[in-house]
Design a binder for this molecule. Sequence first.
Ligand code: MLT
Length: 407
Amino acid sequence: MAQINDNFIKIPATYLFSEIAKRVAQHKEANPDAPIIRMGIGDVSLPLPDASVDAMIKAAEEQRHAKTFRGYGPEQGYAFLRDAIVANDFAAKGLDIEADEIFVSDGAKSDTGNIGDIFSVNNRVAITDPSYPVYVDTNAMGGRAGEPNEQNVWSNLVYLPCNMANNFVPQLPDEKIDLIYLCYPNNPTGTTLTHAQLKVWVDYAKANNSIILFDAAYEAFITEENVPRSIYEVEGAREVALEFRSFSKTAGFTGTRCGYTVVPKTVMAFSENGEKVALNKLWNRRHSTKFNGTSYVVQRAAEATFSPEGKKQVKALIEFYTENARIIREGLEKAGYTIYGGKNAPYVWAKAPEGMGSWEYFDYLLKEKNIVTTPGAGFGLSGEGFVRFSAFGSREATIEALKRLEK
Ligand code: MLT
């Protein structure tokens, strides 16, 4: 008798963004002419940088000819991309990361979801609340989360509430944690941590032999000096942290798919019999067994984001969405909302009107204003009473949405 992984029947039947897509499709079917504005999932609206498209065309042309054709590449990514990542994202900022510590992938969603493969089911896991749903769902699938209650709070996960009372800064847990998920700039709240606030976590991890899984998918949106773009800016992080990066939000690769994970060779965890093991070795083994590499054409597109023209074009994309975030922030404030985030991040976290739940307010905005948001409760219990606005839309749609909200 074939048996399933029972953890799959414990998790909510649909992934958050699939549930939202379903509700939007139903609304559209009932109201085919509804002028829907999508500020839900953080999907970009501007096209890829020209430099990346040109690089893909050139790479595709290489694939046409026997002399330049490439089949399987290195699972970890081509040297041209790993070297470009090291030079631009780390060495240029004085950060000591080597090419064999970079693992190129098809995106940070896959990597943050798959990283659990190399960790024991017995680890105690802490997750900021609210958080990107992939962290909770994949720990549940892997059997580390225990049992959910009716509010979908899991018995074995340690939640680190981020709310108005603590100004969205997670507090250290009062028990020993093995794995800690941090995402900064934060998805969904759009808030950030300063160097000093992040250092508290690095110090905790060092003192407790814990590992920090740091999701930096939104680092390109940081403008303030005291906000770290990489956890490796914090002293000691090379011993305790892995970092996840993405070209999706930086360079518009949501459909093209490319990201990478940094696993310093100095990060160690323990085997059941207490032996120290380098995570780099384990992730390399996992990656080369379950993944055959991001396509050559896409890696060339990613490499091109580091060319002089590519950098200019990426900067323009980020500035465009940052301006959208400002429009959303200021518009919502003018309309009387209590809001957070949106300054070093493409998400604005807005309090629903008093007494209204997240899903209730999501439905109201969809049905009455034809605006799609993401209900805060979908990111965890502490997200209840909030909705998230994404700044990745077109300028026209963003301005129109704010007009509708101000009315
Ligand atoms: C989000 O809207 O939270 C993100 O776009 C989801 C993702 O990156 O997978």
